[in-house]
Design a protein around this ligand. Structure first.
Ligand code: CP
Ligand code: NVA
Length: 308
């Protein structure tokens, strides 16, 4: 049966663990798995800009024996000219999977509803689930395991990264601690879903306004840009709202002595994170960026296997 990956909990906690195991195997033997032998083509559609996602999916599909086809929405009929459903019906006849970076989550739902091949969310306004798989792989590599660890996310908690951390890390049995100013807390339905998942995995969810309270004793500290793609017109308002939420050395001193720092990138030094922290010894951002490749390859291998 075809499976899609539109949000973190489109897979079960057990399946997440299986994909992460597979990612380590793929990392050790990059050319061993050939689900796209043929080569079969994978469509990589971008409504928003990208460096890591474009590179890691292009390299990943090629590594798996396939042909990556990047489609920038501006040069296609998608986006106002042709419906998502009709686009899905054209693509499913010719490609082995559809990877889409877009705005509304509802577009992904529509694409998946009309596609007989797997649809993967490579970032929407609501979720960035591929990034969280890479982050979990990175944490596992540095800490040995995931369940029972605490992760503190500081900053814009009403965005795609915060939502995916809440759901994805709760699935891994982690304690998710969020710090955000008023007006930028995560949506209630996302928190409720993360809590529901955490109650089955031994994880937990706590929402704070104080960055120090969230970071206290954390194993992992992370943040994201204060201005996500599509929010550029709110730049100054957001910079003002997030004053005091920069992850700097003083904030990091509240975490465990061996805490690591993650950032999905691109980063804006001096805003959500200081240069001292992101370029310092606790930062594992380059491992994290590389792990996009391995985690997504594992995801594509796994999804291809479910479809047979
Ligand atoms: N982290 C991430 O998705 O980066 P890009 O926007 O460069 O793809
Ligand atoms: N929250 C950011 C993530 C970038 C990878 C954005 O959506 O722009």
């Amino acid at each position: 049966m075809v499976r899609h990956f539109l949000k973190d909990d489109d897979i079960t906690p057990q399946e997440q663990a299986e994909i992460l195991e597979l990612a380590s195997e793929v990392k050790a033997s990059p050319y061993k798995f050939r689900p796209f032998e043929g080569p079969k083509t994978v469509a990589l559609i971008f409504d928003k800009t990208s460096t890591r996602t474009r590179v890691s999916f292009t390299v990943g599909v090629a590594d798996l024996g396939g042909n990556p086809m990047v489609i920038d929405t501006g040069s296609s009929q998608l986006g106002g000219k042709e419906s998502v459903a009709d686009t899905a019906r054209v693509l499913e006849r010719q490609v082995a999977a559809i990877v889409w970076r877009t705005y509304a989550q509802s577009g992904l739902d529509e694409m998946a509803a009309n596609s007989s091949v797997p649809v993967i969310n490579s970032l929407s306004d609501d979720y960035h689930p591929c990034q969280i798989l890479a982050d979990l792989l990175t944490i596992k590599e540095h800490k040995g395991s995931l369940a029972g660890l605490s992760i503190a996310y500081v900053g814009d908690a009403a965005n795609n990264m915060a939502n995916s951390y809440l759901i994805g890390c709760a699935m891994a049995g982690m304690h998710v601690r969020i710090a955000a100013p008023a007006g930028y807390a995560p949506a209630e339905n996302v928190v409720a879903r993360a809590e529901e998942i955490a109650s089955t995995t031994g994880g937990s969810v706590q929402i704070f306004t104080s960055p120090e309270d969230a970071v206290k004793g954390a194993d992992v500290v992370t943040t994201d840009t204060w201005i996500s793609m599509g929010q550029e017109s709110e730049k100054q308002k957001r910079i003002d709202a997030f004053a005091g939420y920069t992850v700097d050395a003083s904030l990091m001193s509240h975490a465990k002595g061996d805490a690591i720092f993650l950032h999905c990138l691109p980063a804006y030094r001096g805003y959500e994170v200081s240069a001292e922290v992101i370029d310092g010894p606790r930062s594992v951002i380059w491992d994290e960026a590389e792990n996009r490749l391995h985690a997504q390859k594992a995801l594509m291998i796994w999804l291809a296997k479910q479809a047979v």
